[in-house]
Ligand binder design. Structure first.
Ligand SMILES: NC(=O)c1ccc[n+]([C@@H]2O[C@H](COP(=O)([O-])OP(=O)(O)OC[C@H]3O[C@@H](n4cnc5c(N)ncnc54)[C@H](O)[C@@H]3O)[C@@H](O)[C@H]2O)c1
Length: 282
């Protein structure tokens, strides 16, 4: 049986076919051509099959977000499939999964490669979304250094003295800095490359969302995460579907006036920290 006879479809490209990314694509991908990219062939096979069996039109491609050429090939493939209206980047590793260098390379430089590559193929009226983290709000990069970082080409980010001397020292710091950089990367693209294509780009900073990545964090620092959950207004963890709901809004037609901004979705953790109700470092 042929489920879908439409040949000209808008393209949704997802880099990082994990929990949050697939929840977002499920929410917005009906009737569109979906391109899933991930480093794991096993993930692509499983997720691709799952989507197909649920009626979505899906292609998959192995991509390594650490390699500029691989990310560029992914963007090229997306553009060959049709007008690229949506790009979502969720490829990332968390502090307890990786070394500082890997986090800088993946969560910061890799995201930069993706923003740059899709900045060359997005269709007019298209929208992008980077998945940052509440961790971006836990460490303040000095203003002059932020200005320097936001104006540094992606390939050179790693050579910036601050990245070498601060981010490379510790996985937690690397993660906070890389995720704050995602906000700046969205801002720079919104003001320059993506703007010139009349496309929008924003980020979402999730709090603690129960996914395989989060389980790795709980296993390494369960007590710290429990304190955070208990101190939050929501008093619970979040779900990928709650992130997908907000992502659909930011990517959709009711958010046409929103670009270059970040939406923090953390159940109130950062509010507790910023008001001194909760001490992150004890
Ligand atoms: N889960 C949370 O609590 C939480 C909170 C805040 C932010 N985040 C961020 O959200 C994003 C998505 O996380 P998730 O919880 O859905 O995790 P996940 O592990 O389910 O998804 C991440 C995906 O990225 C892929 N990936 C890893 N390295 C890659 C590479 N080099 N190239 C291509 N793909 C690669 C993985 O194979 C995986 O499918 C991450 O950037 C993470 O840092 C997660």
């Amino acid at each position: 049986m042929i489920f879908d006879r439409n040949e000209k479809k808008q393209v949704v490209a997802l880099l990082g076919a994990g929990s949050m990314g697939t929840a977002i694509v499920r929410r917005i991908g009906a009737g569109k051509k979906i391109l899933l990219g991930d480093i794991s062939e096993e993930t692509l096979k499983r997720v691709g099959e799952d989507f197909r069996r649920c009626g979505y039109d899906v292609e998959t491609m192995q991509v390594n977000a650490l390699q500029k050429g691989s990310v560029e090939a992914f963007a090229k493939k997306a553009a060959e499939l049709g007008p690229v209206m949506y790009f979502i980047d969720t490829a990332g590793a968390s502090p307890n999964q990786a070394s500082p260098e890997h986090i800088v390379n993946l969560d910061m430089v890799g995201t930069g490669y993706a923003v740059d590559a899709f900045g060359k193929v997005m269709a007019e009226g298209g929208a992008g979304l980077l998945i940052s983290s509440q961790a971006a709000y836990m460490y303040a990069i000095p203003n002059d250094i932020e200005l320097q970082l936001v104006n540094t080409p992606t390939e050179e980010l790693k050579n910036v003295k601050f990245i070498q001397e601060v981010a490379m020292k510790d996985s937690g710091l690397a993660y906070m800095i890389a995720k704050r950089m995602n906000h700046l990367q969205a801002q720079r693209a919104a003001a320059t490359t993506w703007r010139h294509r009349r496309a929008r780009i924003n980020s979402i900073s999730p709090g603690i969302i129960v996914t395989p990545l989060a389980y790795d964090e709980f296993n390494a620092n369960g007590e710290g995460y429990q304190r955070m959950i208990d101190a939050s207004a929501a008093c619970r963890t979040g779900t990928s579907d709650e992130i997908a709901e907000a992502a659909a809004f930011l990517l959709g037609e009711h958010a046409k006036f929103i670009t270059g901004t970040d939406l923090l979705i953390d159940g109130g953790v950062i509010a507790s920290i910023r008001t001194g109700e909760f001490k992150l470092w004890q």
